[in-house]
Write a protein of this length. Structure first.
Length: 226
């Protein structure tokens, strides 16, 4: 009986391992397929946004609205990749945010999950299409992508105020003068958290008499102070 029992346990164990391998392989194939589809969607969106560039001068209000619709389609797919495909769940706590209201959103940046959390809030507030993220100015020269970011009204900055003043004027002109709805999103650390960066930041904070956060990087003011 013990040999039979051992044999049954072995078969069950092998079956479970096969099931796990099959499930893992199917999930990997599904993830790759969705990623390829999303990258293709992103490329088409960049092309469409680039084609909007001439219209930003002729019909800036319409161009902003069209760019927002295109951007929302990309970000919704990205959110589906995180939530539907990977089984993630974003839990929102606190007072409900007002719908359709412009805001400057400042967040810590620890991982990619920060993006999805902010986007989930934007979806609930009806502002996903109006999200504009601070991005590096070097992206402006990437064919397709850079032109698309420019057409969307993304602030492309170098973190040097003398270089970025004109760019900030461009971004805030639409929000203030034309009353374009916007969520202007900035990470206070201006970079993603890593252990190495935390060690460097701790050394800087100690040298300047600052208190270093335990789980975050020290906020950066570079680019906002002339």
């Amino acid at each position: 009986m013990s040999r039979i029992g051992t044999g049954i346990d072995f078969i069950i164990s092998e079956s479970e391992q096969l099931y796990d391998l099959t499930r893992g392989a199917l999930l990997a194939i599904r993830s790759i397929g969705f990623l390829v589809f999303w990258l293709a969607h992103l490329w088409l969106a960049d092309v469409a946004l680039s084609l909007l560039l001439p219209f930003t001068a002729l019909w800036p209000d319409r161009a902003y609205d069209w760019a927002s619709v295109i951007a929302e389609s990309v970000w919704l797919d990205l959110q589906k990749l995180f939530i539907d495909l990977n089984g993630a769940k974003v839990i929102v706590d606190g007072d409900p945010l007002p719908a359709g209201e412009s805001a400057i959103v400042v967040s810590n940046h620890v991982d990619w999950t920060d993006v999805y959390s902010i986007q989930e809030l934007a979806i609930q507030s009806g502002m996903l299409s109006r999200c504009r993220w601070f991005a590096k100015s070097q992206l402006r020269w990437v064919p397709g992508l850079g032109w698309g970011l420019w057409a969307m009204g993304m602030p492309l900055v170098s973190r040097e105020w003398t270089h970025d003043k004109a760019e900030m004027d461009r971004v805030f002109h639409g929000a203030i003068r034309k009353h374009w709805p916007i969520w202007l999103i900035a990470y206070s650390e201006a970079t993603r958290y890593t252990s190495e960066k935390h060690v460097e930041g701790a050394a800087w904070a100690k040298a300047h008499g600052k208190i270093m956060p335990k789980h975050l990087l020290f906020p950066r003011t570079k680019g906002f102070i002339a």
